[in-house]
Design a protein around this ligand. Sequence first.
Ligand SMILES: *Cc1c(COP(=O)(O)O)cnc(C)c1O
Length: 408
Amino acid sequence: MSKLAIHGGKPAKTKPFPAWPIFDERERQALNEVLESRVWWRTPGTKTLAFEREFAAFHQAKHGIAVTNGTHALEVALAALGIGAGDEVIVPNATFVATASAVLFAGALPVLVDVSADSFCIDPELAEAAITAHTKAIIPVHMGGRPADLDHLTALAEKHGIALLEDSAHAHGSEWRGRKVGAFGIGGTFSFQASKTMTAGEGGMIISNDVDFERLARSAHDCGRMPGEWFYSHFIYGSNYRLSEWQGAVLLAQLTRLDEQTARRHANGRLLDRTLGAIPGITPQSHDSRITRNGQYAYIFHYDKRAFAGVETDRFVAALEAEGIPTQAPYPPLHQLDLFTSGAYRGRLSGAQAEARHDFLADIFPNSQREAWETVWITQNALLGDEEDMMEIAAAISKIRERARDLL
Ligand SMILES: *Cc1c(COP(=O)(O)O)cnc(C)c1O
């Protein structure tokens, strides 16, 4: 077996993975149409409107509201739910900060709950145990594109009369029992930031089947206006979260590829489950037979250093990158962010809630720690490769395992 690439050996992967983002004449033409139409603004435009309709329909939802980004999608959704001071919202401790910061933006308390050890999605039993009289909503994250347990979560939300809002920023096109994610509860949010599985650099979306929620979210995203009313009438508190026509045009083009791309990522993900799962020390994020498609924002696996001569995760990742396999950093646990450890988050709270002890912040969150420090995330563009590319990922990991001692 040849020398590790990190030590100057030949990388295991020589053929590059598909570059991201992917675009062609469709994006070029759509952007040109916007340019020449001189309608660059969402309000009189047609592109963002068409994108809302097509994206919602693709996800089997009635309504779509395009917004500036995925963080804003969460903020607007929470505003439409009327969540504010004194309320609590349950979120997983292993996620991007936006899932929790959007709750703080609303003036409510994000209650952090650990994830499951094998799925890295919110643990529904711990979520149920965290429900109090103040709980208004739960925001699961479909981690890496893998849907959280939507059977359990929809039942839990119904039983306790709380809103289920799916943070689907990783899960464009993911399916649970043959149905696309995002509208199992009151609604769901998506992101079109550059790393996501369809992108316009930035962008976001809220989908829903609920007509009242849709009305309020649409109004909140457009300065409190109501459709059909005079331009300078403002009915509720809102802000400007509108998505431009440029982004709507690009996203309409991106959407034409989503089905084929998610099918490919899903198939390659299951191939990696088999090939990487056979390597000692590697445990793929758990699949579930109810997941009929995983949009695979990333391919996530647990790394057990004991099977790699005790080599730490970050050293393994550096070696993997050197072999030509692209990775992205897992999320650090939210409760360890300065935002929470410094107490800065309290600045968003008010009344008794601002002064209260938030005991959950003293928890250990073992599975969030496991996610943060013991998982490896292969970027989604790698999963757009072919079968040979997947075999080369497996070969790179096997090579590192065989020469793991060289990394000590
Ligand atoms: C990307 C992301 C967001 C926020 O989306 P932006 O468009 O970057 O604001 C929210 N939640 C999760 C889980 C994300 O990965």
